[in-house]
Design a binder for this molecule. Structure first.
Ligand code: UDP
Ligand code: MG
Length: 320
């Protein structure tokens, strides 16, 4: 047992979920209690602008195991997750959403499998994506296809609903990057794992915080964070266009010498368009990596804590 005596920590990042948070927390707690364990519930308020923090502090009257962390502004779910994981003390940590889209009835089964099978990661994978729009499904297919091909990691169906053993959390904590992609990081870590399938429940209230733009952003971050293959692609494109340039150069010289050099307007325009877009794409790819390097070297904290439900100075929060 660890000194705190906590066996399982449940980490929940929330942002503007005031309307249904207390109901969600109660439901989640009923299911954890079924597993008969000493637990703590760590709810991270990711800079909500509604009454979420108030609800968290009030919910402590009914749920004594609940601890809240309030971030100084909205840092995004990935960083809120980091805050929760870094504060969790349990021998196992369950990470889940606060909108009941991750079914809490799986919690007893997750804890049971962790206790009996000795697995280090329990991965809950989405069974069906039937309720998602065709565009969204196509986008995720392309994204996970890219990650699988380029970074050799199969994240298809992966979600942020997981149980991590303490050893995994400790190994994760040693990954120093500022730009985090939780799903990919846990896949990269390895460790024996089992998968549990679940159906994504409809959101109980409100709407998803992911717009198309933030999703594309996340996907770009993830690709850049996980593989340097796009950079290699630039080199390969450069080599191919060099070969093309040599062949076309020979043809152009030949046509000049035999005196038929005037035609070819269409070719010139097409070549210009192709080459320019290839150059722009290459600069864009380089830019993505430079931006990522810039973000990493700045070395800013992943998040800033402004308040907690337990007594600690604000300075400690800044240390993360
Ligand atoms: N969330 C967060 N910070 C954000 C956006 C979302 O902590 O900036 C939380 C949100 O409150 C929820 C979870 O992350 O508990 C998943 O968010 P959401 O339901 O919007 O995403 P989806 O389920 O559509 O993937
Ligand atoms: Mg959701």
């Amino acid at each position: 047992m660890n000194p705190s005596g906590v066996e399982v920590s449940v980490v929940i990042p929330v942002w503007n979920e005031a309307k249904h948070l207390s109901q969600s927390l109660k439901t989640i707690v009923t299911f954890i209690q079924k597993a008969n364990c000493c637990f703590e519930l760590i709810v991270v308020d990711d800079g909500s602008t509604d009454d979420t923090w108030k609800i968290i502090t009030l919910a402590r009257d009914e749920i004594p195991e609940l601890e809240g962390i309030r971030l100084s502004r909205n840092f995004g779910k990935e960083r809120a997750l980091c805050a929760g994981l870094e504060h969790a003390r349990g021998l196992a940590v369950i990470v889940m959403d606060g909108d009941l889209q991750h079914p809490p009835d799986l919690i007893p089964q997750m804890i049971d499998q962790w206790r009996t099978k000795g697995v280090k990661i329990i991965e809950c994978v989405k069974k069906s994506r039937s309720k998602e729009s065709i565009g969204y499904r196509l986008g995720t297919k392309i994204f996970y296809g890219l990650i699988k091909k380029l970074a050799r990691q199969d994240l298809h169906g992966a979600s942020d609903f997981k149980l991590l053993d303490r050893v995994v959390v400790e190994a994760w904590a040693k990954m120093p990057e500022r730009i985090t992609f939780f799903r990919g990081m846990t896949a990269w870590l390895g460790f024996p794992r089992v998968e549990l399938e679940f159906d994504v429940a409809p959101r109980i209230d409100g709407k998803t915080s992911w717009s198309h733009i933030t999703l594309v952003n996340l996907a770009l971050h993830a690709v850049v964070a996980f593989t340097s293959w796009p950079l290699r692609l630039v080199t390969i494109l450069g080599m191919l266009s060099f070969v093309g340039a040599v062949l076309l150069g020979i043809q152009t010289l030949y046509m000049k010498f035999v005196g038929i050099a005037v035609t070819g307007f269409t070719t010139v325009i097409l070549l210009l368009l192709c080459m320019n877009s290839m150059i722009m794409l290459s600069i864009g790819i380089l830019g993505e990596y430079i931006a990522a390097i810039y973000d990493e070297v700045k070395g800013r904290p992943r998040y800033v804590v402004s308040q907690r439900t337990w007594a600690q100075s604000i300075d400690e929060g800044l240390a993360h």
